[in-house]
Design a protein. Structure first.
Length: 257
């Protein structure tokens, strides 16, 4: 697919994806969702990529969905547009590799929903977070009503959803919406460093961790522990990465993944 909105650079096992509609504050439209779906499939098929970073160009990470595209939609078309975004952002969680949101500016509405679809979030001190949909007489449509309370708790989620309040990076860090906050000029360097740290670890272990944690939060702890034990055991034995990692530790050398 020819990409008009997404720019991608791959280096040292890290794919950096930049959303590039700066004049529109990187607003999400159908073209964006189609491009991202195609790109996710490409990266899934690339065994050399171990971590993906998503960021935005200009003042915004993503300032929301494209209102000009949505305004004339009827009920069924609105539902379809919601499903389109839900499916795209859910695909981040289904990727075997970690997906990091590097939030450079405004992450509002669909932009915050995009960020929440990632595995974790690193933010610039200039980043702003919010779900302003009720100001338009709408509600979030890309799983924001479901992901936000799971990340920050019911009270903080309902406060943000019902007031349309916009919060800064430090407040996002305080409530667990962001995991790290850095100065703007350090954002991509920090995100890349974190990605590099993850990429240096056992790739099978990272993949299994993502799956176990994401699957585990949607089931009982007993079933989650059963899944953990199964996957823990699968990394042992000859030819397995757990064996190589432990042997390298004992031999005081770097493992060969």
């Amino acid at each position: 697919m020819e990409y008009q909105i997404l720019k991608t650079e791959i280096s040292d096992g890290i794919a950096v994806v930049t959303i590039s509609r700066p004049k529109a504050m990187n607003a999400l439209n159908t073209r964006f969702f189609n491009e991202m779906d195609s790109l996710v499939a490409e990266i899934n098929a690339n065994n050399d990529v171990r971590v993906m970073i998503i960021t935005g160009e200009g003042k915004a990470f993503v300032a929301g969905a494209d209102i000009a595209e949505m305004v004339d939609k009827g009920s069924e078309a609105g539902k379809a547009f919601s499903r389109l975004g839900q499916n795209t952002f859910s695909s981040f969680g289904k990727m075997s590799i970690p997906v990091i949101a590097a939030i450079n500016g405004f992450a509002l509405g669909g932009g915050l929903e995009l960020a929440m679809g990632c595995d974790f979030r690193i933010a610039s001190t200039k980043a702003k977070f919010g779900q302003p949909e009720v100001s338009l007489g709408l509600i979030p449509g890309y799983a924001g009503t479901q992901r936000l309370p799971r990340l920050v708790g019911m009270g903080d989620a309902l406060y943000l959803l019902m007031t349309a309040d916009m919060i800064g990076a430090e407040d996002a860090l305080r409530i667990g919406l962001a995991q790290k906050v850095v100065e703007p000029e350090e954002l991509m360097e920090t995100a890349t460093k974190v990605a590099g740290t993850i990429a240096s670890k056992g790739p099978e272990a990272i993949k299994k961790l993502k799956k176990i944690v994401r699957d585990g939060v949607n089931t009982s702890q007993i079933k989650g522990e059963e899944l953990e034990a199964e996957e823990f055991g699968s990394l042992f034995g000859e030819g397995k990465q757990g064996k190589e990692g432990m042997q390298a530790f004992l031999e005081k050398r770097k493992p060969e993944w």
